[in-house]
Design a protein around this ligand. Structure first.
Ligand SMILES: Cc1cc2nc3c(=O)[nH]c(=O)nc-3n(C[C@H](O)[C@H](O)[C@H](O)COP(=O)(O)OP(=O)(O)OC[C@H]3O[C@@H](n4cnc5c(N)ncnc54)[C@H](O)[C@@H]3O)c2cc1C
Length: 353
């Protein structure tokens, strides 16, 4: 019988795992709650403008992920962002950034960072069921079923790979059941996932009806003393194919501390405040303002990884876990690498020796 694998989440980790399993002797079905691919590596449109409102670029890939990005997948739309990242402090003083960090390539795609997900799906002919939020899992007679919030349960699956942010997987597993012998695995995984911590971030985007006159030649500004409400600002104009000439798009991502105090509020309520703060950091007015966007990332980036041992022990019952919470750092490339690692573990079990 062909083995069947369910992957929950079509983010960087889930799609990389599905890609890695594409030629394995198994059927892989990915379930994604949203309409898009690549999760927090997210792109939106405003008219003809395209902008990233989660991850800005891919950096620091382990060798196998770099090869996937720059060699294996089509790379005509892959581009590096060349202007450097500068820094700023609480007082707004802008300084050139770390030369070593600035020398490392920062990749994006011409039509948006979410092109990565589209390429993995198209080139890998992956099967992704979108707008399908998995509510819980059940395990009976050695096989898993996944239960969407709406619609029929799907299965049986020999293995399930879970890739949403750790707190979301923990609440999914809290609703899940396994045969009595294996219930302990679920409880141990929940405890491990609850040990992972995340920082929230509100993200803002400002569309300008004229080109921004930036005071220095930076692509982005990083707050290094972590004492400013803004953690990061960057200019989408530096990414090819995003912003028509005569316009500018500036993005501002707020510090975890500032966001935590407001995380249950509507982020749009703070747009005027952030607009003023952002102009102050840039040292130039963000005018004429044509449009804005605001987004809450409740689980923007992990600050503490989940412990490996309980999650790896669950392989025994066909449960696998991948995502940035396994590395404790919010990085697209590391999430991809984690998906790859878990796909390798699944392959060991399903491939004939
Ligand atoms: C504001 C911001 C800025 C960032 N900047 C950078 C950057 O510049 N560079 C960088 O490398 N990284 C950056 N990161 C971090 C990076 O985006 C993440 O580390 C990475 O994308 C995580 O990938 P993942 O696959 O682990 O998780 P996710 O991208 O969260 O993917 C999980 C997927 O699971 C889906 N899902 C969740 N629950 C369910 C369910 N119940 N059923 C079905 N599907 C479900 C989600 O919709 C999502 O698509 C940033 C993140 C944020 C938020």
């Amino acid at each position: 019988m062909t083995k069947r694998i369910a992957i929950i989440g079509a983010g960087a980790a889930g799609l990389t795992a599905a890609w890695r399993l594409r030629n394995a002797p198994c059927e892989v079905q990915v379930f994604e709650k949203s309409r898009g691919y690549t999760g927090r590596a997210a792109t939106r449109s405003h008219g003809t403008v395209r902008y990233d409102f989660g991850a800005n670029y891919i950096t620091g890939p382990p060798a196998r992920i770099r090869q996937l990005l720059t060699d294996t997948l089509p790379h005509d739309a892959l581009a590096t962002i060349d202007p450097p990242v500068w820094t700023f402090g609480k007082q707004g003083n802008r300084e050139p950034g770390d030369p070593e960090s600035n020398a490392a390539p920062r990749w994006t795609y011409a039509r948006g960072i979410n092109t990565l997900g589209k390429l993995l799906v198209e080139e890998g002919t992956l099967s992704v069921q979108r707008t399908t939020r998995i509510h819980h899992l059940t395990r009976t007679n050695g096989a898993w079923h996944v239960h969407p919030e709406q619609g029929e349960a799907q299965g049986p699956f020999d293995a399930v790979l879970c890739t949403p942010p750790a707190p979301q997987i923990a609440s999914m597993l809290q609703q899940s059941t396994a045969d009595a012998d294996h219930e302990a695995h679920l409880q141990q995984c929940i405890a491990a996932l609850e040990a992972a911590t995340y920082a929230p971030q509100f993200a803002y985007v400002f569309g300008l009806a004229a080109p921004l006159q930036r005071p220095e030649p930076f692509h982005a500004l990083l707050n290094i003393d972590r004492a400013h409400p803004i953690a990061w600002m960057s200019i989408e104009d530096d990414k090819p194919g995003r912003v028509p000439s005569g316009q500018s798009v500036v993005s501002a991502q707020m510090s975890p501390a500032w966001t935590t105090e407001r995380v249950d509020d509507d982020p749009a309520a703070y747009t005027p405040t952030v607009h003023a703060l952002a102009a102050d950091v840039l040292g130039v007015p963000l005018q004429p303002l044509a449009w804005t966007d605001a987004h809450r990332w409740r689980y923007a980036a992990p600050t503490e990884a989940a412990p490996d041992a309980p999650l790896d022990a669950a392989h025994e019952v066909g449960l696998y876990f991948a995502g940035d919470y396994r590395v404790g750092k919010g990085r697209v490339a590391l999430a991809m690498d984690s998906g790859w690692t878990q796909a390798e573990r699944i392959r060991v079990v399903i491939e004939p020796r």
